[in-house]
Design a protein around this ligand. Structure first.
Ligand code: NAD
Ligand code: TYD
Length: 342
């Protein structure tokens, strides 16, 4: 008998890729996508999913306890996988309120529902909860030390999940994924901003000296890691999901420009992000010991991603108009340009 998953935040980047993963790997499951459709939620990400009779879509807020309960009752949900969050650091610096509402209060609402209906609960979290990691790699047992309003809201969610496990015995797990890339990523995160700007021969705004390090994880590897933990993770535990693929921002950008056949002078160094973490790095051994295998070919995954953005201009051009333009102006318009790449 298949299970019924409530995939909250399933119309966003990773959630919609996870919906595709579920459809492919668990054809006997039902999935109910529950999403508020904020600026980042997009039904274009789910076209083939919503055409499938085993899936349903509900437009609602995870902060709305009655809607959550109603969805669980109506579809007989047994598992919640929670992707819903405000997910962009720069936006959290401009205005943190929605981050606290969704990341903290919304997580609490889902946990309460999971408790009431005795559901399995999985929280999708981030490596950013560990804060800046100058040396070595974070272990799941390391203290949480978030530095941005975004990562603080995610760390708060993680702590609430932990508390519900310890206090009420709720069957929970957490995954902490690293910087993820792939199809359907909203063009506010660095890779889709840079890829789509480069396609249009527009400047790539590189924060500070571009020497910050991120550990790049292909979205399908992130999804397979989440899925493994949902099915085989030990209750109450957290698992890191890293790409084992640390790169400086400048290096990954030069690689992208080379692959797209665009000149490096498109890189503009601009005023840095306040509180900018220099490096994230997670140790994924605990997940590997659980049986996780990730793709070993970063360049091929990046190529697939570049090809996807090149072949799907209909998807991102629609987004990069209207309200997006206002955001872009607010985010980058006042930023001093410190120089271009030689
Ligand atoms: P995203 O911004 O693309 O998608 C978030 C989705 O959540 C959107 O569809 C949005 O409409 C929905 N949402 C937001 N607030 C909601 C609310 N109150 N109620 C219902 N739905 C709501 O984000 P993403 O990049 O796909 O990230 C998904 C999750 O993975 C987040 O929890 C994020 O913290 C985590 N994560 C992301 C990355 C990354 O590199 N993108 C890395 C590690 C972890
Ligand atoms: P981002 O994609 O926002 O992810 P996160 O901050 O959650 O790691 O940014 C990734 C890195 O790229 C980070 O070091 C900030 C940098 N960055 C830029 O240099 N320019 C940009 O326009 C953006 C959005 C990010």
């Amino acid at each position: 008998m298949g299970r019924t998953f409530l995939v909250t935040g399933g119309a966003g980047f990773i959630g919609s890729n996870y919906a595709h993963y579920l459809q492919q790997h668990h054809p006997d499951y039902r999935m109910v996508i529950y999403d508020k459709l904020t600026y980042a939620g997009n039904l274009d990400n789910l076209k083939d999913i919503l055409a499938d009779h085993r899936s349903a879509f509900i437009q609602a807020d995870i902060c709305d306890a009655e809607s959550v309960r109603q969805a669980i009752r109506q579809y007989g949900v047994d598992t919640i996988v929670n992707f819903a969050a405000e997910s962009h650091v720069d936006r959290s610096i401009l205005d943190a309120e929605a981050f606290i509402k969704t990341g903290v209060y919304g997580t609490y609402v889902l946990l309460e529902a999971a408790r009431e209906f005795e559901l399995r609960y999985h929280q999708v979290s981030t490596d950013e909860v560990y804060g800046d990691v100058p040396l070595g790699s974070s272990l799941e047992t390391d203290p949480l030390c978030p530095n941005s309003p975004y990562s603080a809201s995610k760390a708060s969610g993680d702590l609430m999940v932990r508390a519900y496990h310890v206090t009420y015995g709720l069957n929970t797990t957490i995954t902490r994924g690293s910087n993820t890339f792939g199809p359907y990523q909203y063009p506010e995160k660095v890779l889709p901003v840079f890829i789509t700007n480069a396609i249009d021969d527009e400047a790539l705004p590189m924060y500070g000296d571009g020497q910050q390090v991120r550990d790049w994880l292909y979205v399908m590897d992130h999804c397979s890691g989440i899925d493994l933990v949902v099915h085989r993770g030990l209750t109450g535990e957290a698992y890191n999901i890293g790409g084992d693929n640390e790169r400086r921002n400048l290096d990954i950008t030069l690689l992208i420009l080379e692959m797209l056949g665009k000149p490096s002078r498109l890189i503009h160094f601009v005023q840095d992000r306040p509180g900018h973490d220099r490096r994230y790095s997670v140790d994924s051994r605990k997940l590997i010991d659980l049986g996780w295998q990730r793709s070993q070919d970063f360049v091929a995954d990046l190529q697939t991603t570049l090809r996807w953005y090149s072949n799907n201009e209909w998807w991102w051009r629609k987004i990069k108009s209207g309200a997006y333009r206002e955001y872009y102006q607010r985010q980058y318009g006042q930023r001093a340009v410190l120089g271009t790449y030689p």
